[in-house]
Ligand binder design. Structure first.
Ligand code: PLP
Length: 408
């Protein structure tokens, strides 16, 4: 890689990259949960490429698969059979426990949502899609119509018609919005970008019953919650009904951590759903390379998944033990965690960065952590200490600013 100075990187990015993101740092190296910037400064990576890096940077087994599969055919398109694609689909279907399930592969989260919307409309011959307030499903037009936050839609003209948003965990509003023209309801079992808001079991049971009653499909958007993030391979496995049965969706969407940072998306459907040749497609979807890396990633995720619940409990205890008066609440499941604070989340995220920790802000007063699932308890303890210090640094800064203002 060519060595560029920070100044050169910033100038070239400004010159050549469309500024759809606000950026701060350029990272050049990584090892498991650590990442190093252009000046060699070390950080604990508790955002992991926004949940894409599920089993750590530079994971040796992933590296071996990448080397092996990159020295063979990368993509033949879907005009031909692909062994890695079939093998990955088999693995996902077994993990999903969907009877006679089938997979469609694409390259990102938003594409998996687009596919799910098309599949739902085609299979039900209906038009209306229900999604939740505060939901995030992606940036392409179908997914953006499904997404709630009006700020992402401003200036982009008309959205796709007949998307309805209901508040999370509000069963009565959900009942009122259902009718016989509903094709599907799309649910993030835990809202990620919306601030780590969990669906409760009554809401999921109600959604499932309404889908059954009106002939609609239950879609779980597991783009962020899937791939072991919450301690089960799919987050929906946590939802158990009164008879002890897992509430199964009709369609699952996956992406992010499925291939540890290599772009891939997947849709898993149950045996009721059909598509015919030509009704949907993707040139790169299910390519040999991404599927081979995903197979190894799943094997690696399975190794660390049993420890995720105890890591969640440990980290929550560490945060509460800080007794920091600015921490209001810690929430989330597994290693999809967030902390509500009574300060600006952006200020705390910035201080964390200065103190060698990468996290991000998902709401005004909510910071989110999505570390690689390989993170140790020792590193989670250090993470809690840095968060505490960063909050105190923000308070110190505010106090100093007040002194200066009062002295003026
Ligand atoms: N769905 C959920 C729940 C997400 O969190 C995201 C991205 O953050 C998406 C869909 C869109 O995924 P992508 O950015 O890969 O298109």
């Amino acid at each position: 890689m060519i060595n560029l100075t920070n100044k050169e990187i910033i100038e070239l990015d400004k010159k050549y990259i469309l500024s759809t993101y606000k950026k701060k740092i350029c990272f050049n190296e990584g090892s498991d949960c650590f990442i190093y910037d252009n000046n060699g400064q070390k950080y604990i990576d508790c955002i992991g490429g926004i949940a894409t890096c599920s089993v750590g940077h530079n994971n040796p087994n992933i590296k071996n698969t990448i080397i092996k599969s990159s020295s063979n055919i990368l993509n033949t398109s879907n005009l031909f059979y692909s062994t890695p694609q079939i093998k990955l689909a088999e693995k996902l279907i077994i993990l999903s426990k969907l009877n006679n399930g089938k997979c469609f592969f694409c390259n990102s989260g938003t594409e998996s949502i687009e596919a799910a919307i098309k599949i739902a409309k085609k299979n039900t011959n209906k038009n209306k899609i229900i999604t939740l307030e505060k939901s995030f499903h992606g940036r392409t037009l179908g997914s953006l119509s499904a997404t709630w936050n009006p700020k992402y839609k401003e200036g982009f003209g008309s959205m796709i018609e007949k998307f309805i948003h209901v508040p999370i965990n509000n069963c009565s509003k959900l009942k009122k919005s259902f009718d016989s023209d509903v094709a599907a309801i799309i649910i993030e079992p835990i809202q990620g970008e919306g601030g780590i808001n969990e669906c409760d079991i009554e809401f999921i049971i109600t959604a499932k019953k309404l889908c059954n009653k009106f002939g609609a499909l239950l879609i779980f958007d597991e783009v962020q919650t899937g791939n072991g993030r919450t301690g089960k391979y799919f987050c929906y496995e946590h939802f158990i009904d009164n008879y002890g049965e897992i509430i199964k969706p009709d369609i699952i969407t996956l992406a992010k951590g499925l291939a540890n940072g290599i772009p891939i998306g997947a849709v898993i459907v149950n045996d009721l759903i059909k598509l015919n040749p030509g009704e949907h497609g993707s040139t790169f979807g299910g390519n040999n390379f991404a599927c081979s890396v995903a197979i190894t990633t799943i094997n690696e995720i399975k190794k660390v998944m049993p420890d995720i619940f105890s890591k969640e409990v440990f980290f929550k205890k560490e945060i509460l033990a800080l007794k920091n008066e600015h921490i209001k609440h810690i929430k989330g499941k597994g290693l999809m965690l967030a902390i509500d604070i009574n300060l600006s989340a952006k200020d705390v995220v910035e201080k964390c960065l200065e103190n060698g920790l990468i996290i991000n802000a998902v709401q005004e007063n909510t910071i989110r952590l999505l570390p690689p699932l390989t993170i140790s308890k020792e590193l989670l303890k250090k993470t809690a200490i840095i968060i505490d210090k960063s909050i105190n640094d923000v308070i110190g800064k505010i106090a100093n600013e007040n002194i200066i203002i009062n002295n003026d």
